[in-house]
Ligand binder design. Structure first.
Ligand code: ZN
Length: 413
């Protein structure tokens, strides 16, 4: 699938040095430095295209955009791959509910998402891959799981033995009862009779009545969710077999910690023999009116609606960066009003002939980002600079700061 258009990223002047990027790794439960490398491999789980981009999505993709911007600014090459879950139960259910064809529903929502990402100035992935187009790869990945003796059948469906991976559970750190509960809430079937372990993951679902199916050596059907991302990541990110890990970062919202990322990592390990990700990075949830923003509650704030209402995309970025990526946040409309005011103020300051010293603010932005993407601190440094400029301080180069805001924070003002 074609991604959205490429984003131009200005270079930082070489006198700025970038410390190693430190990120909170869900697996180790610690903030850890990413090793310095020439090439990073990042996989971020994409949308299920049945509702347009809401602020929770925007917060997630913005976070990994900041990771990419930082790593690229170190001079490294970043291979970034994202999927689209364009065949899945919720998509089929929504299409049936609305009496529309599931493929046209998916295509229309994918187009909207791409438009939103482009508006938000998010760097597009190198490969933007729909599950449907990746079906042969997914089937090959399942064949490898079969060859490794990690699968079994229940009726005509196929399951992966999660305990084949000795480290199963170590990336998410949930006790067993919590795993079972969450698994049931997030598409799993712990109660199904005939399973060897209630947590075993579906890898191939035989074709059901009135549902689409694809041919495979395991009969007609469609894949389970976790094997899709695993197959796409391992193929398109081309792991280095000399590395202990197949990829550097597996990213997504914190609702993917379990079961999705745990299961993908376990399957990947059985396929490649390598550990899956060096770091598992998860973004917090965005809520509205005291509740998590979710499709089922119907309390979504869409990026496209905000933009249609006249909100600048950079104000949406600013409002989201005002909170730390890992924290759950409650969205309020005042946040976007305040962000719009601050963006206007910043633009005015950047247009002045004389501005406060800028090297120090660029250095603070770099340092804050290197510390687990501390964007609230980076924004405070910019506010301090605006205050100093308004107070008449001089000696800075507005053009250089303007470019650095784009390079590091994606604010093209
Ligand atoms: Zn995924």
């Amino acid at each position: 699938m074609r991604a959205w258009p490429e984003v131009y990223i200005p270079a930082l002047p070489s006198r700025f040095s970038l410390p190693q990027l430190r990120l909170f790794n869900t697996e180790s439960q610690k903030v850890e430095p990413l090793p310095r490398k020439d090439r990073y491999r990042i996989y971020v789980c994409g949308i299920t295209p049945y509702d347009a981009t809401h602020l929770g999505h925007a917060a997630t993709y913005l976070t990994f955009d900041l990771v990419q911007r930082y790593l690229r600014a170190t001079g490294a090459h970043v291979d970034f791959v994202q999927n689209i879950t364009d065949i899945d139960d919720p998509l089929l259910e929504r299409a049936a509910r609305d009496g529309v064809d599931w493929q046209s529903l998916a295509l229309s929502q994918i187009e909207l998402f791409k438009g939103d990402m482009s508006d938000l100035h998010v760097i597009p992935p190198k490969d933007y891959i729909g599950v449907v187009e990746a079906m042969p790869l997914v089937v090959q990945a399942i064949e490898k799981l079969v060859a490794a003796g990690t699968t079994y059948s229940v009726d005509s469906d196929m399951y992966f033995r999660v305990r084949s991976d000795p480290d199963f559970g170590d990336r998410s750190h949930y006790p067993l009862d919590k795993m079972v509960t969450i698994f049931a809430e997030r598409g799993g079937d712990p109660q199904r009779e005939g399973k060897e372990d209630s947590l075993d993951a579906l890898v191939w679902l035989s074709q059901r009545r009135d549902e689409p199916g694809w041919e495979s050596p395991f009969g007609e059907g469609r894949p389970g969710w976790h094997i899709e991302c695993c197959a796409i990541a391992l193929h398109y990110l081309v792991p280095d077999s000399n590395d202990e890990y197949a990829i550097d970062i597996q990213g997504g919202g914190s609702d993917l910690i379990f079961p999705h990322h745990e299961m993908s990592a376990a399957q990947s390990r059985m396929i490649s023999g390598q550990k899956f990700a060096r770091s598992y990075v998860h973004t917090g949830m965005v809520g509205l009116n005291g509740e998590k923003m979710s499709k089922s509650l119907g309390n979504l704030v869409f990026v496209s609606t905000l933009i249609k209402d006249g909100v600048e995309p950079s104000a949406i970025r600013w409002a989201l960066m005002n909170s730390h990526f890992a924290n759950d946040v409650m969205w309020e409309h005042t946040l976007i009003e305040k962000a719009s005011d601050e963006i206007s103020r910043l633009r005015l300051q950047l247009a002045r002939m004389e501005v406060a010293p800028t090297d120090v603010v660029i250095e603070k932005m770099i340092e804050s980002l290197s510390r687990n993407l501390d964007t609230p601190r980076a924004l405070d440094a910019i506010r301090d600079w605006m205050n100093a400029t308004e107070s008449g301080a001089t000696g800075g180069a507005a053009g250089e700061l303007s470019r650095a805001l784009d390079t590091l924070l994606g604010l093209a003002l």
